[in-house]
Design a protein around this ligand. Structure first.
Ligand code: SF4
Length: 82
C-alpha cells in the first residue's frame, strides 16, 4: 500500500541527493573582491595558478558547471598537475 512521505523523509532524501551530486570545484579557484588597488562590489573568480581573475565563461569550468569539469576541460589545470 502507498504511504506518503513525511516532511522528515523528504528532508533526508534531499540531503542525500545533494551530497551525491555536489560538483567538485578546482582546488586552484578562489573568490576575491579586490585586486591591487581596486575594490569590487562582488567577489570574482580568481585562478591561483595564473594569478589572474577568470573570465565568466571559464569560471563555469572552474566550478564544474553545465557538464564542464576543471580536471578535463581546463588546459591550465591539466598543465599544472602534470
Ligand atoms: S582557470 Fe583552470 S586552473 Fe585556474 S582555477 Fe579555473 S579550472 Fe582551476
Amino acid at each position: 500500500m502507498f504511504k506518503p512521505l513525511s516532511v522528515l523523509d523528504v528532508t533526508f532524501i534531499s540531503h542525500a541527493d545533494s551530497d551525491d551530486t555536489m560538483p567538485d570545484i578546482c582546488p586552484y579557484l578562489e573568490y576575491r573582491d579586490e585586486s591591487d588597488d581596486t575594490q569590487f562590489e562582488t567577489e570574482r573568480a580568481y585562478c591561483t595558478v595564473t594569478n589572474q581573475f577568470v573570465q565568466p565563461m571559464r569560471a563555469d569550468i572552474c566550478n564544474d558547471r553545465y557538464g564542464l569539469s576543471h580536471d578535463t576541460d581546463c588546459e591550465i589545470y591539466l598543465d599544472h598537475v602534470e
